[in-house]
Design a protein around this ligand. Structure first.
Ligand code: SDX
Length: 426
């Protein structure tokens, strides 16, 4: 294959280098295009645009493949742990020897929050959406941990990355406890990452809380499934915020805000609320007709990249069965979800548009069975995705060619005109 593309504009031809990846689509390098042609490329939703080089996550949307540093998501979910995946995303290789134990100890030692930080939550109404709390609270971390936010210092970047991975469960659990009016529960260093999180969410002072190991394993697996996903909207937001040199807490807060959107991470809450609205298998045909009449979208279905099954959705569905069986929960919404999936996957409207269940389709049923209210679903997504966001942010800073991101536009507004005083405007 040629190592260049030729763009002809009028009677001039421009050579554009083709850059090759280790796998997946190659790219046409247009960085010099404006300088040579005074024209921009145009791709408003970035459907055909690579925004960066990366070695962290690879997705083959047609084949339904997701790799983190080359390892298939199915193998990581079945055999790894969330903290080991965090280490892999950050460092590029699976930990050897004592490296994982050392990393776990480091993260464990950063799980506490500054005592004054707890008062920050009191500024919110009790009925504030936990994602609003997360956006504010994480953005405020730079006011408490300003000693390691010089982004050009790799040591400070590492400390802030560890603080974010470690403190997200503590903040998320506090957002939950605050919303239900229960006292905050402090982290304990003798528990694993996911055990600690479940205890901080569900323990109450009135009695001892013993973490169910099956639920802790399921929580860890759910975090692994949500850890990273290439250059999705929220990750791109983190990278763009980071490109200005903004502190890492502000960048992650920007990612949380973007993730909250119903087309993105907010879909897990929307998908469960959709299943509740459908209510029973009998109502599926009418609801699906409403989708085909374009009244609303099928939440938890479709994906910009996956035009086949989202591999995470399959693992999520299996985890859903395991959790419900372990808890002895018979959730009628699971029947609705399974029937809805079957109907959609056999309907030409969805087949023609290559719409399959994505990670958000089954996650809500699982999380609800574990005791989380729907308004906490996207918080859990943000907790896990912090590992991917901060790994991508770190990778961006390790790129010596890093520049501030500054897209241009196709301008369709008024051309220059003179100001008219108000009494002369007719
Ligand atoms: C996540 O990017 C990532 O990697 C995200 C994520 C991650 O881990 O970071 O995977 C997490 O955000 C998963 C997606 C969660 N969102 C939802 O489940 C919300 C429902 N899905 C849709 O909003 C939609 O599928 C998107 C936003 C996910 C993708 O939209 P695209 O890529 O812009 O696709 P499109 O809108 O161009 O759709 C193509 C066609 C259109 O029909 P036509 O106009 O061509 O007739 O498919 C239709 C769309 O109307 N369509 C749907 C649909 N999704 C797309 N129709 C009904 N229901 C849907 N869910």
């Amino acid at each position: 294959m040629s190592d260049k593309a030729v763009l002809t504009i009028g009677d001039k031809a421009y050579d554009l280098p083709i850059l090759k990846g280790t796998t997946g689509p190659d790219v046409v390098d247009v960085r010099k295009l404006y300088g040579e042609t005074e024209m921009f490329t145009y791709d408003p939703a970035f459907t055909s645009t690579a925004s960066c080089e990366s070695k962290i996550t690879y997705i083959d949307g047609d084949a339904g493949v997701l790799l983190h540093r080359g390892y298939p998501i199915e193998q990581l979910a079945d055999q790894s742990s969330f903290l080991e995946v965090c280490y892999l995303l950050l460092n590029g290789e699976l930990p050897k020897g004592d490296a994982l134990a050392d990393f776990q100890t480091t993260i464990t030692r950063h799980t506490m929050l500054h005592a004054q930080f707890d008062r920050f939550f009191e500024g919110f109404r009790r009925d504030a959406h936990p994602m609003a709390v997360m956006t504010g609270a994480v953005g405020a971390l730079s006011a408490f941990y300003a000693d390691a936010i010089q982004v050009d210092d790799p040591v400070q970047r590492k400390i802030s990355a560890h603080r974010l991975i470690a403190k997200m469960p503590t903040i998320a659990a506090r957002a939950f406890k605050y919303s239900i009016g229960q006292p905050f529960v402090s982290p304990r260093n003798n528990l694993s990452y996911s055990e600690n999180f479940l205890r901080m969410c569900f323990a109450v002072p009135a009695e001892d809380y013993v973490v169910n190991p099956v639920l802790a394993r399921a929580m860890d697996k759910i975090f692994i499934l949500h850890a990273d996903h290439e250059q999705n909207a929220s990750t791109s937001t983190v990278r763009l915020a980071g490109s200005s040199g903004a502190n890492p807490f502000a960048c992650i807060a920007a990612g949380i805000a973007c993730l909250w959107g119903p087309s993105h991470g907010g879909a897990n809450q929307e998908a469960l609320e959709m299943l509740e609205e459908i209510g029973s298998v009998e109502n599926i045909p009418a609801y699906v007709q409403g989708v085909k009449d374009r009244k609303y979208k099928l939440m938890g279905f479709g994906h910009r990249v996956y035009k086949n099954f989202d591999p995470r959705a399959k693992v999520m569905q299996k985890t859903c069965y395991e959790v419900l069986e372990q808890l002895g929960v018979k959730d009628p919404l699971l029947q609705v979800a399974m029937e809805l999936e079957k109907v959609a996957l056999s309907d030409p409207y969805f087949i023609d548009r290559k719409l399959y269940p994505n990670i958000d389709f089954y996650s809500g049923i699982t999380l609800r069975a574990m005791g989380f209210p729907t308004n906490m679903f996207t918080v859990l997504f943000a907790l896990a995705r912090t590992s991917g966001w901060i790994s991508q942010w770190k990778e961006m800073f390790e790129d010596p060619t890093r520049k501030i991101g500054r897209p241009r536009q196709l301008y369709l507004g008024a051309t220059q005109r003179d100001y008219i005083p108000v009494d002369k405007r007719g």
